[in-house]
Design a protein around this ligand. Structure first.
Ligand SMILES: CNc1nc2c(CC[C@H]3O[C@@H](OC)[C@H](O)[C@@H]3OC)c3nc(N)[nH]c(=O)c3cc2[nH]1
Ligand SMILES: [Zn+2]
Length: 367
């Protein structure tokens, strides 16, 4: 993993990081492919939309089909026919959000599979082994992400465990080509975040993530915390804000010095007929689009906007046709990817603040 900064504009940065499967220009949006597929899209469509790196998920893939099976197919790149960089999460977050009867100790997390209820255990060592079997280019350490509402004693305990687990992950890691990123926790407590970051930065990971956001806290509270949290992380290493977010959240993150983002919003909303446009989101199931010959977005060059009308998309969703979710997921990730490309361009020209203000005004968004 090598990260080069090309330009900065305030705290915003434009850079490039390299992996064994290729380069990633930053700021970067990473389409989510939790179960070894970006839902409804072929890798060629995802690439054509402008994606350089996609996400997979340890928890889901270890449960189904199983990390040994993915390994025996030659790893995630071969299994899902994606030859670009892949980042995998460690699964800790999904254990808390999906699994049943979770028991967490310093040793690890014991839980019941959300698929068949079978008893499973996720330890820092197991999370490392699963991701080595998946063969991702970036592997996240196992962390504990407590609910945003946790009181400070619980938040502090989760931070201390997260630090100890990061150390165990680093010790257990044995794939030089795979970069391991550490994850900072601490909720909205900036002192706790700084203490957690200090301990993890001392362990010298190749990249760092801010976890514990987009877990139910008010967006304004997250925006207010980002500048200080990002500033705790090394300037010369990639900074990844996990699970974020709406378009305005990505611009707030870029303004705070964040380089990488992932969010299910563009694909999940695409499957639900909501399209992002430069003038704000539109709902294609709305009858007003029934005879609308215009593309989803007039300033978009994606396959959906080049070839289809809003009226056709309206029809596909009204008829519950599979092509509807595919086309709008494609358009929405193209929107997010272009937003990051435009932000990168604005940073290199020293006009990011004006670019962000222009977007927020057009979207009628507050911050
Ligand atoms: C949505 N908000 C949110 N997601 C979050 C995720 C899952 C992203 C992962 O979850 C899957 O997306 C559904 C993707 O696979 C992604 O992979 C990186 C987090 N993962 C970890 N390890 N630690 C965190 O603190 C954390 C915080 C989040 N906040
Ligand atoms: Zn489009």
């Amino acid at each position: 993993m090598h990260f080069t900064l090309h330009a900065t504009d305030g705290a915003a940065r434009a850079g490039t990081f390299t992996t064994p499967h290729g380069e990633v220009p930053t700021p970067a949006f990473m389409p989510v492919g939790t179960q070894a597929t970006v839902k409804g899209l072929t890798p060629e469509m995802v690439r054509a939309a402008g994606a350089h790196i996609i996400l997979g998920n340890t928890y889901h893939l270890a449960l189904r089909p199983g990390d040994e099976i993915v390994r025996d197919f030659g790893g995630l790149h071969k299994f899902m026919h994606w030859d670009g960089p892949i980042l995998t999460d460690s699964g800790g977050f999904q254990v808390f959000s999906l699994a049943g009867q979770v028991k967490i100790t310093d040793h690890g997390a014991k839980f019941k599979s959300h698929i068949d209820g079978s008893p499973l255990e996720l330890t820092p060592e197991r999370a490392v082994e699963i991701q080595q079997n998946l063969g991702s280019d970036i592997a996240m350490v196992l962390d504990e992400c407590p609910p945003a509402t946790s009181e400070s004693a619980k938040m502090r305990a989760a931070v201390l465990r997260t630090i100890r687990w990061a150390e165990r992950c680093k010790k257990h890691h044995s794939r030089p080509g795979q970069a391991q990123f550490a994850i900072v926790q601490g909720g909205l407590n900036l002192d706790l975040r700084a203490e957690c970051a200090r301990e993890l930065v001392a362990m010298d990971f190749p990249g760092y993530a801010l976890g514990g956001f987009s877990v139910g806290e008010a967006p304004e509270a997250m925006h207010a915390a980002l500048p200080a949290c990002a500033a705790c992380l090394p300037e010369h290493k990639p900074r990844y804000l996990m699970g974020v977010g709406r378009p305005q959240d990505l611009l707030a993150g870029v303004a705070s010095g964040i380089d990488m983002f992932d969010c299910v919003m563009p694909t999940r909303n695409g499957r639900n007929a909501l399209a992002f446009t430069s003038d704000g989101p539109i709902r294609l199931r709305n009858a007003k689009h029934r005879r609308d010959p215009a593309p989803v977005a007039s300033d978009c060059a994606c396959y959906c906007c080049e070839n289809y009308s809003r009226g056709y998309l309206h029809h596909l969703f009204a008829a519950d046709e599979m092509l509807g979710p595919t086309l709008l997921s494609l358009h929405n990730i193209a929107f997010y990817l272009r937003l990051m490309a435009d932000a990168r361009h604005a940073i290199t020209e020293g006009r990011f603040a004006a670019f962000r203000a222009g977007c927020l005004a057009r979207w009628n968004a507050d911050s």
